[in-house]
Design a protein around this ligand. Structure first.
Ligand SMILES: [Zn+2]
Length: 92
């Protein structure tokens, strides 16, 4: 059985992408919530959605999968000025 890479790589939203990037740096959901100005529950939801899209069952697996899948995120976020983009998308 062959699986198409295109169907496995579900694009993450900018927030899901940013959340996984933070998790990859060993930040907790609490840290991420404080940084983004959102609730811990929202962070957990973003992470859960990202895991599902990446077909990962753990944070570590999701972070690894995301490194490969990041080109499909479509956010053009370069793992740097993510917070500004999120702020912009929240207010816009
Ligand atoms: Zn990404």
């Amino acid at each position: 059985m062959r699986r198409s890479p295109a169907s496995q790589a579900r694009p993450l939203t900018a927030r899901e992408c940013a959340t996984l990037e933070r998790i990859g740096r060993d930040l907790t959901h609490k840290d991420i919530a404080a940084e983004f100005g959102i609730s811990i529950n929202t962070v957990a939801n973003l992470a859960a959605n990202a895991y599902k899209k990446l077909g990962a069952h753990s944070a570590a697996a999701a972070v690894l999968a995301h490194r490969d899948a990041h080109p499909w995120c479509g956010t053009r976020i370069d793992f740097g000025p993510i917070l500004e983009r999120i702020k912009a998308s929240r207010t816009g």
